[in-house]
Design a protein around this ligand. Structure first.
Ligand code: SF4
Length: 367
């Protein structure tokens, strides 16, 4: 199954691949099916333009196995692997308890490979260009947002410093970043010296996840960003697990209290307890993300938590929406056609010791 449903705010890579490189994804799906012995394939998505593009590609070059396009609503949890299976089986796109995972019991009760579309595209690209095998394996698509410039989708080599990415994206002086959509939590400005390497980021307590990185502009308060993230997760909870319903909402309420100057004296202790205790207790990663937002704020910006407990923050007050509700709104790049790829060639404004972003190689079957 080609999973092209990306629920993390700020991520656009899967939509772009399905819209602009559908043949590559379908080729990767066929190759994965050949290896696993699968008799059918599914492309799972929520973006209507991506669906059109995939259907057109299927008509142009019918793959060697039946491939169906299954659409879902765009939600935070719809792309979780068990939600994918449930939706393809005709149910709601909501996670189920694990085990079993789909590779054990998936669609129709059969073992099922649920693979992200970027992985499938890289399989196909490696088969088409074995001479680029190392480059393909050592690079990743990232969606960069935040600050004064428009979001951009780009492909970068692993090892590049986060700070170089921030500089190239027009965010010099970023105060930190929200990593992996919401899943990697917040990091401070010092962490921007980390290399874009999954292992290094995990060791530092964060994660690259879907590759969406939202840089924190110097004039924006990270506490507001944390509150917005938690409010988004609260609204997106599938409300299946009691601990998620109460835990995510509690994190969101506490963080909102910090931004509004109404937090009680136990707020930091509460957030710390939830950050440690909520992980792994929901059926999916949403509750983990909420715990991660709380824990990463405490870890990366402890002085701000203290100052928000001592007095209302004027920056947060300025950022507060009139209706009192915080919702995360990270715009995504325009992914129709080629603009995202064109941005890959944007030259660096200044020399950097980090490896330069690499353009996507020419792709087999590119429209
Ligand atoms: S953890 Fe939350 S979002 Fe995930 S399945 Fe349970 S209730 Fe739904």
């Amino acid at each position: 199954m080609a999973n092209g449903e990306e629920g993390e705010p700020g991520s656009a890579k899967d939509r772009w691949l399905l819209r602009a490189r559908p043949h590559l994804v379908l080729d990767g799906l066929a190759r994965a099916a050949a290896v696993t012995g699968a008799a059918r394939g599914v492309v799972y998505l929520s973006d209507p333009a991506a669906g059109e593009s995939v259907r057109r590609a299927l008509a142009e070059h019918p793959p060697p196995l039946p491939v169906e396009v299954v659409e879902t609503d765009h939600t935070y949890v719809a792309g979780e692997e068990t939600a994918v299976v449930r939706r393809i089986d005709g149910g709601p796109a909501l996670p189920t308890a694990k085990p079993p995972r789909p590779f054990e019991r998936g669609v129709g009760g059969a073992p099922t490979l649920v693979s992200n579309v970027e992985t499938l595209a890289r399989i196909a690209l490696t088969a088409a260009r074995p001479d680029l095998r190392d480059d393909i394996a050592r690079s990743t698509l990232v969606t960069l947002s935040g600050g004064p410039v428009a979001p951009v989708l780009t492909e970068v080599p692993y090892g590049m410093a986060l700070r170089a990415l921030a500089d190239r994206h027009g965010n010099p002086g970023a105060a930190g970043a929200l990593m992996g959509g919401l899943f990697g939590g917040l990091v401070d400005a010092d962490a921007l010296d980390l290399p874009l390497e999954p292992e290094a980021l995990t060791a530092a307590g964060t994660a690259l996840g879907c590759g969406a990185i939202h840089f924190l502009a110097p004039g924006r308060c990270p506490v507001t960003t944390a509150a917005d993230a938690a409010a988004h997760l609260t609204a997106e909870s599938a409300r299946q697990c009691g601990v998620c319903v109460s835990g995510t909402a509690a994190v969101g309420k506490a963080l909102y209290g910090l931004t509004a100057g109404t937090a009680g004296p136990d707020t930091a202790d509460d957030l710390d307890r939830w950050a440690r205790g909520l992980r792994g207790r929901g059926a999916c990663g949403l509750l983990d993300a909420a715990a991660g937002i709380a824990g990463s704020l405490l870890r990366s910006f402890p002085h701000l938590v203290r100052s928000h407990l001592a007095a209302p923050c004027p920056v947060c007050a300025d950022a507060a929406p009139a209706d009192g509700r915080h919702r995360l709104t990270v715009a995504v790049p325009e992914v129709a056609g080629a603009p995202a790829r064109a941005r890959l060639h944007r030259p660096s404004p200044s020399p950097s010791p980090s490896p330069a972003p690499r353009p996507l190689p020419a792709l087999k079957g590119t429209p």
